[in-house]
Design a protein around this ligand. Structure first.
Ligand code: DC
Length: 238
């Protein structure tokens, strides 16, 4: 594969389908730079919450517009993966919390927020091999991506996985609340007027309801072999 320049792989799909876990592992195994577009929307939401322009169930649109211009969000390679920074502060952990998850979907529906994030994503993905996950990567951000994956899984299975993660991190919630948040985000993400979540017509569907992560990567290896002529297995390192 080393003779193939600039490959972009778009991984889109519903909430909590394991897109980032899958994309991170593919990045590590096959030498791609991993970029998490959802992290950017989460970063904007965190900044809004900390500035007090998102509070008590209300998003002050003008207030959010006021802070987004100078907002320095960027990715840094760190410990073999990519992490989101706000200036010098690593915000990977904070952006995964419950409060950010409550507001991120409506925040990401503002066209000017999408524009802000898309510009940053284009700048970060300028060179080399990039795998990026999100909702609209294969349809809007990089419609010319060399390979598009659309991930899905049964909603109750996704909710259970997400609930287990949150509980392991010490968050207090219920399975019902997690399922409701996930279904609400799926609905909002698929029905917003700007760049709704859609399966690109040329995307390969990965339904991982009954798959292990290892099976997903083996499936991906088959695709990479077929698409880019990778003949040798790199020998999965885990
Ligand atoms: O992938 P995630 O759950 O971290 O994404 C958080 C939210 O960001 C999700 O509810 C929808 C939004 N998002 C988006 O609208 N477009 C993207 N490309 C990525 C995420």
């Amino acid at each position: 594969m080393s003779s193939i320049p600039n490959i972009i792989i778009a991984v889109d799909g519903f909430s909590s389908t394991g897109k980032s876990t899958f994309a991170k592992l593919v990045a590590k195994e096959f030498g791609f730079l991993y970029l998490d577009s959802g992290a950017m929307y989460r970063g904007v939401t965190l900044a809004g919450l900390e500035a007090g322009v998102i509070a008590n169930g209300v998003i002050d649109e003008e207030g959010l517009k006021g802070i987004i211009g100078p907002l320095d969000l960027h990715f840094r390679r760190d410990d073999g993966t990519t992490k989101l920074y706000w200036g010098e502060r690593c915000i990977e952990a904070e952006i995964r919390g419950w409060e950010v998850s409550q507001y991120v979907s409506p925040v990401s529906a503002f066209p000017w927020v999408r524009n802000f994030v898309d510009n940053l994503l284009h700048a970060f993905a300028r060179d080399g091999w990039v795998i990026m996950d999100g909702r609209d990567i294969g349809t809007t951000v990089f419609p010319q991506a060399e390979l598009k994956i659309f991930m899905t899984a049964d909603a109750t299975v996704r909710a259970q996985r997400r609930y287990d993660e949150l509980v392991a991190k010490g968050e207090q919630t219920t399975l019902e609340a997690v399922l409701e948040n996930l279904q609400d985000r799926d609905y909002r993400d698929s029905h917003r007027p700007t760049s709704p979540l859609r399966q690109a017509p040329d995307a390969y569907v990965l339904d991982n309801t009954h798959m292990t992560l290892h099976e997903e990567v083996v499936w991906m290896l088959g695709l990479l072999q077929g698409k880019f002529g990778l003949l040798e297995s790199p020998g999965l390192s885990w």
